[in-house]
Design a protein around this ligand. Structure first.
Ligand code: G4P
Length: 534
């Protein structure tokens, strides 16, 4: 059977019902609250407050460390599966703190869509914009939720204009807010001609939903005060004239975002958004890979690692690789090929993440996220197949923006430190460079907080107190090119050369001027700020 719209074979129903997405937002916009409501309406938790610590406290460092120690929580929150109506949602969590953005970027390679949460009073904030740009690189469909409408918020047109201008994407209203701030009473559901009224008394109650027969339905006046009704009419008329209508194909291609207005904390607008994810989601998409793309409906199983979490149980040094299934129907116990090493791998104890628990996954379909416990064989970017030599592409590794030297508190423990650093490098928690000249290592991260987290983890997991010191370098670039040119370059710049944990050559410097000079003097070499994980 052919799906007329996409001109592709229709997916098996089990795959077609899957929606794998992430939430992107600026800290404080309400991502955690929205996640919790998703889980509540998906039946994965019984009451709000089960999943998280309280807002601000959760983001402080001490609390983060606590969370890191309590690996169970942070890991099970990395991917959450739950059913909603006929759909299976796989929500992949992105770390909220901007210091962990690299992890976030990689997570976005494992999803088919993103929900962008913005604060109705603040509009598009810096972190949202950054994350949006990453989604744009992959033309990821974006659904927008404008949160905190129960509070004083910006004018609806102003919010929509800001998104259109700052993010260069068409915005189409899926709902329209009625009243503002304290006068906010709910939304008109444009897509389904319904009036949704918010209940301020009970935060966990789903809004009262009244079916309306178009905007002239007298029922509207029974529920909406006259002045707000008049305003609604005016605004919707203007919206119709000025804003594009919903075009599902444009949403799928990432050119248009539908926007829902609501209040996560009041459970308002959340179900409408969930229905939207179901309708425009989209279903699991084709995965880019070499030498050919992978389609979800292929009967052979394939998947790729987008995140590794090490030492989940410090006693056992185990690791869990998070795998996004790209095709087929996986069953527990299957033997898959680990393409990078060409070795077979029996996947006998894969786990599925359900809100705050994890359980053995007996099966998984394209679109699902499973965790595979392993002893370090699986790395970010690895592909698993039933034998074919495919390699999923597009999983980036970024040049670190902060570099520091690292030393073991006890010089006799240098070898241990090397082992610990290599593990973290493979996990993707930091970049580790071994300079050609001199001893020791240089560690590179994207955000300063990562140094502290690393120091604390090395101490906790390896019993090694370490010190980070300033490094003479501030930038790192991977260098590639044919061997003769590369050797010539390395010989002439030994003080600036290091190797990463894969053995790839890295150029370290503190001046942009140096980088420009290398680009000018060595046209046959390629300097890059990102490296694809292999
Ligand atoms: P984040 O994950 O995006 O960082 O945001 P989070 O959900 O933690 O929400 C940030 C703050 O905004 C929280 O307040 C939360 O209660 C509040 N919030 C979320 N949704 C809404 C909403 O629809 N309306 C209003 N008025 N507030 C909302 P907090 O004081 O930081 O934490 P808490 O003590 O309330 O948990």
């Amino acid at each position: 059977m052919l799906d007329i719209a996409s001109n592709r074979p229709a997916l098996p129903p089990e795959i077609a019902r899957r929606r794998t997405f992430a939430i992107i937002s600026h800290p404080d916009a309400g991502k955690t609250t929205l996640t919790e409501k998703f889980l509540l309406f998906g039946g994965a938790i019984q009451m709000a407050g089960q999943v998280r610590a309280k807002g601000e406290a959760r983001r402080t460092r001490s609390d983060f460390m606590q969370m890191e120690k309590d690996r169970g929580i942070s890991v099970s929150a990395s991917a959450m599966s739950f059913d909603y109506k006929t759909f299976r949602f796989n929500l992949v969590d992105t770390p909220g703190h901007s210091d962990f953005s690299e992890d976030t970027y990689r997570t976005l390679t494992a999803v088919d869509a993103a929900v962008m949460v913005i604060d109705g009073a603040k509009g598009v904030e810096s972190q949202t914009q950054k994350l949006f740009e990453v989604c744009r690189l992959r033309d990821l469909p974006i659904l927008t939720f404008c949160n905190k409408m129960d509070r004083e918020s910006r004018d609806t047109f102003e919010i929509i204009d800001e998104i259109q201008e700052m993010l260069a994407i068409d915005v189409t209203p899926a709902s329209w807010p009625i009243g503002q701030g304290r006068d906010f009473i709910g939304c008109y559901d444009i897509l389904r001609d319904r009036l949704e009224l918010m209940d301020r008394a009970d935060r966990n109650k789903v809004a009262e939903s009244i079916e309306i027969n178009g905007l002239d339905d007298p029922k509207l006046a029974q529920h909406v005060p006259a002045h707000l009704l008049e305003q609604l009419h005016e605004e919707l008329e203007m919206a119709r004239a000025l804003l594009p209508e919903l075009d599902p194909q444009a949403v799928l291609e990432g050119h248009m975002t539908p926007i829902w207005f609501g209040s996560a904390i009041n459970s308002f607008g959340v179900k409408e958004l969930m229905d939207g994810i179901g309708s425009y989601g989209p279903e699991p998409q084709i995965q880019s890979a070499e030498p050919r793309k992978i389609s979800p409906e292929e009967t052979k199983v394939s998947g790729f690692v987008f995140k590794v979490q090490a030492n989940m149980d410090p006693k056992h040094r185990d690791r869990v690789a998070f795998v996004r299934m790209a095709s087929g129907h996986f069953k527990r116990g299957m033997k898959l090929t680990h393409v990078r090493t060409k070795k077979p791998m029996a996947v006998s104890n894969p786990v599925l993440f359900l809100a705050s628990d994890r359980e053995l996954a007996d099966e998984a379909w394209a679109g699902d996220i499973i965790g595979i416990p392993n002893h370090g064989q699986l790395r970010i970017g690895d592909t698993l197949t039933e034998g074919e030599a495919l390699r999923v592409t597009g999983i980036p590794s970024f040049a670190p923006e902060l570099l520091q030297g690292v030393r073991a508190g006890d010089p006799m423990k240098a070898k241990h430190l090397e082992k610990a650093l290599m593990q973290f490098a493979e996990e993707g928690a930091a970049k580790v460079f071994k300079p050609m000249i001199g001893s020791g290592f240089i560690v590179g991260v994207v955000g300063a907080l990562q140094f502290e987290v690393l120091a604390s983890r090395i101490e906790l997991e390896y019993g090694l107190p370490v010190r980070f010191d300033g490094s003479q370098f501030t930038s790192a670039r991977w260098v590639a090119g044919d061997k003769a040119a590369l050797d010539k370059f390395i010989n002439a710049n030994k003080q600036h050369i290091a190797h990463d944990h894969d053995g790839d050559t890295v150029y370290l410097t503190r001046l942009q001027w140096d980088i420009d000079r290398v680009i000018r003097d060595y046209p046959e070499l390629k300097l890059t700020a990102t490296k694809e994980m292999m």
